[in-house]
Design a protein around this ligand. Sequence first.
Ligand code: HEM
Length: 449
Amino acid sequence: MEATVKEAAPIEASPRDLKRGLPPGPRMPRALQTAIWSRQAQWMLEQSRARFGDMFTIRIAHEGTWVMVTDPAAVKQVFTGDPKVFHAGEGNEILRHFLGDNSVLVLDEKAHMSQRRLLLPPFHGERMQGYERKMTEIAAREIAAWPTGSPYKLRPRMQAITLEIILETVFGVHEGERLEELRAALRSFLDLTTDPRLILPVVLAGPSRIKSFPPFRRRIEGVDALIYREVAERREAEDLAERDDILSMLVAARHEDGSPMSDAEIRDELLTLLVAGHETTATALSWAVERLVRHPEKLERLRSEVLAGEDAYLTATIQETLRLRPVIVIVIRRLTEPVEIGGYELPAGSNVTPCIHLIHRDPSIYPDPHSFVPERFLDNPPGTYTWIPFGGGVRRCLGAAFAQFEMAVVLRELVKRHQIQPARPESERPFRRAITETPRHDAEVVLSP
Ligand code: HEM
């Protein structure tokens, strides 16, 4: 049950051993690798590690070349490496057209740290307590309306909950016409990043032409108008200091030189939080339920501990879900200069990709790695470089505490209210939607009160 950094071979090789260029990897053409990656990423990763070892290279269309690292010591080297050398924002360039030039996701180095510093305070662990009441109300209200007695796909319902929680805690918009307008505009914006019919033209025309494509322009202009109206009104709000929503905190935040964030900066970061936090958390919640219904004894243990007011098993269940079914399977850093990792001198321009999926399935770190065993985390807290569903270093997910807190609230409300059975006999396999790995049938279950 060891969950700490395993002893790894020294990363630095002597100059005699140092190999130039990229580690080996599948030989098939890039287009074929891309096709397999989009359908069977986990399988491809597992096959490649079995064949090529701890470090291997795969080639994906439009993404350049990914050097997978699967050893915790190498992952540590990447996550703690100089942010000037390990760029994450560059790899997210496509998001710039949706999220804007100020988004923390697309920036690197100084500009990134400056935005990240402004966004950090609202996400501190202790602030989460302040959101608990609102999150619980939303979860309880939504879950009470779910039908019982017939098969029901949970993922869209979980998305509805995570969207309501974002509207309340991030945007601070509570009720009435304004909430409905904003909800509709944000949903339509989110479709741009997830609906294959809308994504296809981007792939065909190339991201730089997105804005001239009418469905994009309309949706982005629609959401921008509503966000700018909220920002303008919040700047005038007399109760700004008492408000605890993230928009209000960003309005009050100051750059190091004392200047406020511009409207465009706030708009870009709000949409960033929406895109980064909505689908991911809903998917993680769907996986938690999908795994629990396949293990009724664990679901029962969770329920009885939750009813007794205890949180340890709930926390371990969330950690184990994110280990076994990480929503995102890799994170990417593009090298701005040559770097020596795992005995290779990797050239500038290559992408180093800590592989969340393979680290989480390493039997030397997690015995019986393919089984769902929340108990493994009861006495062993997750290791910084061996449990990485939220990435790491200066790019670690800003919403990690928020997401886990939200998952705990929603799961608590769900198991308190309903008995849950799987709708299908077999486990659901991961299925890729945009960049997230979702349950193939959207976590289909049958609920009974
Ligand atoms: C279970 C849910 C979530 C998962 C699995 C997840 C995962 C991730 C991952 C893997 C990264 C990239 C980290 C890296 O490159 O090292 C990331 C970045 C980020 N996430 Fe999350 N995330 C989740 C929920 C959230 C939520 C709820 C929010 C905010 C409301 C959020 C906001 C962000 C932001 C702003 C970044 C960019 C950080 C930076 O570049 O400095 N995420 N997330």
